[in-house]
Write a protein that binds this ligand. Structure first.
Ligand code: GLP
Length: 237
């Protein structure tokens, strides 16, 4: 696990963008794994700038998001599809048919998870996967206690996760209780992973991830077993 310590949020986004751009430039048709949340927002803005400058092209990019909330339509402002469209896809030349998120409106959610897992498998290994981290150590929506062998699955969000996500909704009751997420084993198959941890809110958990043992109680701790992980953080560790 490589750790890149930067001074602030802006430099974190710049470093993440630099690694992202390398992957896009060095692969004919890169397969990406993408995250939502506030942490990668600035990285997406910088990527849009680079696209507009002609430095990078998304025409051959395939992208799978980590997760999606259950019950939110793609045009719901708190859905992750909506986020991806607003923060990246509407501004670059990705093909709509090349960008994937689990369908949180699927009638049969189990089947949707299996299909998503199959889609990733058939496409080939994810070349570059971006992760944020939850305050409880979750990656994607894999909450503490999730098996390290998990594949794309349905999760029940913890109360803490729902509270953290409440800022996107009028009231806490509107926050979805379930989500679909790539599993931990799915995430671990990516060839390269970057984990972005920004701000004091994440300091405690990042310390545990970096200095503690590997345990299912802290999903992100599994990343120690991955051969190509870079943690980019502005937190003193
Ligand atoms: C959500 C997402 C995660 C994300 C996390 C952190 O729970 N499912 O993929 O990493 O939030 O979000 P933020 O970057 O806003 O702290």
């Amino acid at each position: 696990m490589r750790i890149i310590k930067v001074q602030n949020k802006e430099l974190l986004a710049k470093k993440a963008t630099e690694l992202f751009v390398n992957v896009i430039k060095n692969n004919e048709s890169p397969i990406l794994g993408l995250a939502t949340g506030s942490t990668p927002e600035r990285m997406y803005e910088l990527l849009i700038e680079k696209y507009k400058n002609g430095e990078i092209c998304f025409a051959n990019v395939l992208a799978f998001n980590l997760d999606e909330c259950v019950g939110l339509a793609p045009n719901h402002p708190a859905s992750y599809r909506y986020y991806m469209q607003q923060k990246l896809y509407n501004h670059v030349n990705t093909e709509k048919t090349n960008t994937f998120l689990p369908n949180g409106l699927a009638i049969d959610l189990e089947q949707e998870c299996n299909m998503y897992e199959q889609q990733i498998k058939q496409t080939g290994n994810i070349d570059f996967l971006v992760l944020g981290i939850g305050e409880n150590g979750h990656i994607g929506f894999n909450e503490p206690g999730t098996s390290f062998n998990s594949r794309t699955h349905i999760v029940t969000m913890t109360e803490n996760t729902r509270e953290v996500n409440a800022r996107f909704f009028e009231k806490i009751d509107d926050v979805p209780t379930k989500a679909l997420t790539m599993g931990i084993a799915t995430i671990m198959e990516a060839k390269e992973i970057i984990l972005l941890a920004q701000g004091e809110r994440k300091a405690d958990i990042l310390h545990k991830v970096i200095h503690g043992g590997i345990t299912e109680d802290i999903p992100a701790s599994i990343l120690h077993k991955h051969p190509n992980v870079t943690v980019i953080t502005d937190i003193a560790i």
